[in-house]
Each structure stands twice: as structure tokens, then as C-alpha cells.
Design a protein around this ligand. Structure first.
Ligand SMILES: *Cc1c(COP(=O)(O)O)cnc(C)c1O
Length: 360
């Protein structure tokens, strides 16, 4: 069976070579006679897999030594709750930037643990832009500043890293981690669910600066405390072993490709191809401010929403799936993470052109 181009926002496409390697190693990983899924997380084989995955991620992102990398579960949504419990540190208030659906959920979750100060919002323009830093009303006494690096639903991405001085900066990078190089030292904490740009659902990566660990007031319960997981090298309880293994294969592939600078160049080429076409026609429209357009998630509408179903049906027949937009915004959304080859975007643009020519 031919593989489709999968434009899903998440769980999303994985690189074919990673799936092939996993398939080849499925029954017998490196001669040990078992699948990675069946291994003890405390055995030497899996410990080596986890250690290599962490080392490769550290190398790819140039993560400084004073940051811990945690392999957790619970998705980014659990981080919406762990972050305030660990990082408020008795300070009572945290600053949040409101850029759309995911920021909204992070804000709502944090309110259970302290006062949330919404320091900037893009609500005035239906969350179609990233508010400029000059408009943020930061509180110098806030425990931390939280923002959503890429709004997966709205298709809005920060192309810059906010400056927050001594106040730790926290970023939800669920849908753009590993898509470009970032200076990790600018952040107090970075988190991402794996199922967009890393690996299978069930693994969540947290990169947290040492001095922010173990400072929760009141101390979070055991599983909610970063200290528990940091002290145990993410092996306090059973970690999502297979997810860590696949993530490790994805990291190795990124290294072979030339690291995050090469990934960024590929992502820029893909995004430009799609946006340049969108801007060249009246048949399709992307609502996001040009400088804030996401390289990962590209929402667009058709001139006539009555054509949506036919567009999706034709796309599926041509081997392109999961293009339906999020129910909250409608229209279409093409998610073009690292694993989407440029051929997928070329095929999409060719299909869009033909559809517009036939219907326009
Ligand atoms: C998908 C997503 C989430 C939610 O992730 P879960 O792993 O399902 O909890 C949060 N933030 C962003 C930016 C996302 O894309």
C-alpha cells in the first residue's frame, strides 16, 4: 500500500525511515531477542536507549549543562498544571501571553494554582498575530512568563524569543520544537508533547533550568514535582519507553540531516512554497499576519465554504489526508512538521491549483 501525505496536526506523520527502522527492529532489538516495548525500563538495553536519546536531544538543541531534560507523560496539558505548581514558588502570580486556543487552556489551568496576569492578548484580531513585546505589560515580580511558541490551531508562531530579564521564560513548544535552532539559555522551561514534531503520543519532554526544580510552594505531590523526575533521571516510575525509543530515532535522523539549522532551511522552503501560493490567489486565504505565520501549521479557507467537503474528498483521493481545519476555526489546515517531505507540499499546492482552476 502506498503511504499518504498526512497533514495531521497531531498525532502527526513520522519520518518514513524512522518507521522502517522501528519495523526492522520490532521483534529483535539489536540481537537481544525482544522488542523495545517488552524491555525492562531499568535494564541496560533500555537505559542505553534513553541515555542516547537524551544525549542526542542535548546535542541537537545545544542544551546547556545546567538544564535537566525530563521524559514525562501526561502531554502538554499536564504541563499546564505542573508548571504553576512547581514554578510559582510562593510568588503568587504568573504572567501569561494569550495567543489562542492553547494559551487559553494554559491560562485556565494555571488559575487553579495562583493569580494569572494576562500581559498581552491577540483577541482583538481573532488571534491572528503574535503581540509585539512592546505591548506586553510584564510584572517584574511575576514568578514566570508563559507563552505559546506556536499556536497549532490558529497557525501563529513567534519568530522571536521574548526578553523577560530575570523572570523565567516558559514556552509551550509542543508544535514547533526541533523545527529551528533556539537559544535554550533564554528559557527557564521549555515543554512539548511529542506527538507533533518528535514522536508518538504519550511522551512529553520538559527542559528545565536546575534552579527552578524543587522550589514549589507548597511542595507539589510526588508525581507532580519536577524534582521527583529529575532526581530519578525520568525513571521514578515507568517512563513511556517506546515513545522515548522512537523519539531517539527521530533525533538521530535530524542529526544525519545536519541538525536544526538544516531542519529550519527545509521548513522555510516548505512554508514559503505554500504561503507564496496562498498569497498569489483569491481562491484561498490565510488570515494570519505575514510576519507571524507558522511554518508548522498553515490554516486556510476556500473562497466558498460549500466547496470544503469536495476539496477534502479530492485531496484524499490524491493521497493527501487530514487537511480539515480545527472545528473551532473551520476551513483547512495543513500541518507541515519536520517529517513532511517537500514533495508533500508540492503535491498539495499542485492539487490546490487544479482545484481552484476547476472551481474558480
Ligand atoms: C497539541 C498541543 C497541546 C496539547 O497537547 P497534549 O499532549 O494533547 O496535552 C498543547 N499546546 C500546544 C501548542 C499543542 O500543539
Amino acid at each position: 500500500m502506498a503511504r499518504v501525505f498526512n497533514f495531521s496536526a497531531g498525532p502527526a506523520a513520522l519520518p518514513e525511515e524512522v518507521l522502517q527502522q522501528a519495523a526492522a527492529e520490532m521483534l529483535d532489538w539489536h540481537g537481544c531477542g525482544q522488542s523495545v516495548m517488552e524491555m525492562s525500563h531499568r535494564g541496560k538495553e533500555f537505559m542505553a536507549i534513553a541515555a542516547a536519546a537524551e544525549a542526542d536531544l542535548r546535542e541537537l538543541m545545544a542544551i546547556p549543562a545546567n538544564y535537566k531534560v525530563l521524559f514525562l507523560q501526561g502531554g502538554a496539558s499536564l504541563q499546564f498544571e505542573m508548571i504553576p505548581q512547581n514554578l510559582l514558588r510562593g510568588k503568587g502570580t504568573a504572567d501569561y501571553v494569550h495567543t489562542g486556543e492553547w494559551a487559553k487552556k494554559a491560562i485556565k489551568a494555571a488559575k487553579a494554582f495562583g493569580k494569572v496576569n494576562v500581559v498581552a492578548t491577540a483577541e482583538d484580531k481573532a488571534f491572528t498575530y503574535a503581540p509585539a513585546q512592546a505591548t506586553w505589560k510584564l510584572d517584574p515580580n511575576a514568578a514566570y512568563v508563559h507563552y505559546t511558541g506556536n499556536e497549532t490551531i490558529g497557525g501563529v508562531e513567534f519568530n522571536w524569543i521574548p526578553e523577560t530579564g530575570d523572570v523565567p521564560l516558559v514556552c509551550d513548544m509542543s508544535s514547533n520544537i526541533l523545527s529551528r535552532p533556539v537559544d535554550v539559555s533564554k528559557f527557564g522551561l521549555i515543554y512539548a508533547g511529542a506527538q507533533k514534531n518528535i514522536g508518538p503520543a504519550g511522551l512529553t519532554i520538559v527542559i528545565v533550568r536546575d534552579d527552578l526544580i524543587g522550589q514549589g510552594q507548597p511542595a507539589p505531590t510526588t508525581m507532580m514535582d519536577y524534582k521527583t523526575h529529575a532526581d530519578a533521571d525520568s525513571m521514578y516510575n515507568t517512563p513511556p519507553t517506546y515513545g522515548i525509543y522512537i523519539a531517539g530515532l527521530v533525533f538521530q535522523r535530524l542529526k544525519r540531516m545536519g541538525g536544526l539549522a538544516a531542519a529550519e532551511a527545509a521548513n522555510v522552503a516548505k512554508a514559503n512554497l505554500l504561503y507564496d501560493y496562498l498569497d498569489s490567489t483569491d481562491f484561498y486565504k490565510n488570515p494570519v499576519a505575514k510576519g507571524d505565520r507558522s511554518r508548522m501549521n498553515v490554516p486556510f479557507t476556500l473562497k466558498d465554504a460549500a466547496l470544503d467537503e469536495e476539496f477534502l474528498k479530492g485531496a484524499k483521493a490524491a493521497g493527501m489526508v487530514q487537511l480539515k481545519g480545527h472545528r473551532s476555526v473551520g476551513g483547512m489546515r495543513a500541518s507541515i512538521y519536520n517529517a513532511m517531505p517537500i514533495e508533500g507540499v508540492q503535491a498539495l499546492v499542485a492539487y490546490m491549483k487544479a482545484f481552484a482552476a476547476a472551481k474558480g
